[in-house]
Design a protein around this ligand. Structure first.
Ligand SMILES: C[S@@+](CC[C@H](N)C(=O)[O-])C[C@H]1O[C@@H](n2cnc3c(N)ncnc32)[C@H](O)[C@@H]1O
Length: 285
């Protein structure tokens, strides 16, 4: 809380120093609107479409939710603490003809359930993003897209990033905005047991995955040999490159594309000549 309060104070001091009007709802996260060009970039980097369910945390005048509904027919929810802004958002939605697609809730985002989102948007504060990180990583479904205006997620590196010139933007960082995208990675860390089927038949395997956000490394043990490698997690999909040279000197690595779902991981590696199929079940988290 102290660190968040410090960040809020810095933002408010910047407002004061710039002679900008004091944010209307400044007790925590100030009300500052995302420029329309940045709203467009946020929706575009996330590839928002008609089948998405978009939730904007701290929705202000509702512009992100309303723009998505108007452009793409996206269903959306804005969560906003300030009752006046909620009322304004509802008026804006009615004026734009999207009241049937969107909802605005007068609610504290920290006490809200946003597990239904397929896209989560936010323009909050750096410390608040950090506070939300455990909920995002452990409660949202793998594959959920998270888009943040200007503030990153610390050492959780983004899967996408775009800088947009915003002439006339008077809050820091001025004259430009950055849009960040993260894809919630499936959790693979832990121990798995299963089988590896290849040209020489099928063998039992034990796998240990380590994971740091969307990056992973793995050890795969077979009866008489082992493979190690690293990869990337994109929602439920894991791309894993396993080195088998200690076992077969000079051989190319196996490049697996695996799907993770309900405690199971499976997929294949194929180089045109040899095909390997890996299937395993999680045994220990
Ligand atoms: C920087 S504004 C962003 C507004 C809008 N999302 C946009 O990008 O234009 C942050 C918003 O969060 C709201 N807010 C602050 N604390 C909140 C909380 N605990 N729960 C919900 N909304 C909150 C503020 O009232 C403000 O409207």
């Amino acid at each position: 809380m102290i660190r968040r309060a410090t960040a809020v104070s810095i933002v408010l001091l910047l407002f004061a120093a710039l002679g900008a009007p004091a944010p209307a709802h400044a007790d925590e996260i100030p009300y500052v609107t995302t420029p329309n060009a940045v709203v467009d970039a946020m929706l575009s980097i996330a590839g928002v479409g008609a089948r998405d369910h978009l939730i904007d945390l701290g929705s202000g005048d509702g512009r992100i939710v309303i723009t998505a509904a108007k452009r793409f027919g996206t269903r959306g929810v804005g969560i906003e603490l300030d009752g006046e802004l909620v009322a304004r958002s509802r008026e804006n939605a009615a004026r734009e003809g999207v009241s049937d697609k969107v909802k605005f809730l007068k609610q504290d985002l920290f006490a809200s359930d946003f597990r239904d989102a397929t896209v989560l948007t936010m323009y909050l504060l750096p410390e608040v993003n950090q506070d939300l990180r455990p909920t995002i990583l452990f409660e949202l479904r793998p594959g959920t897209r998270i888009v943040s205006h200007d503030w990153d997620m610390g050492d959780w590196k983004p899967d996408g990033k775009q800088v947009i010139p915003t002439p006339g933007k008077t809050v820091w960082p001025m004259e430009q905005s950055t849009v960040y995208l993260w894809i919630v990675p499936a959790r693979v860390a832990g121990y798995w047991r299963g089988t590896l089927a290849g040209p020489d038949g099928e063998e039992r395997v034990a796998i240990e995955f380590a994971q740091r956000f969307q990056e992973t490394s793995a050890n795969v043990w077979l009866k008489r040999w082992a493979m190690a490698g690293a990869g990337r997690i994109h929602g439920n999909r894991v791309s894993l490159r396993l080195d088998r040279s200690p076992w077969k000197p000079g051989s190319a690595p196996l490049r697996f594309t695996l799907q993770v779902r309900d405690g199971r991981i499976e997929g294949e590696a194929s180089d045109g000549q040899e095909r390997f199929v890996l299937r395993a079940k999680r045994v220990v988290n």
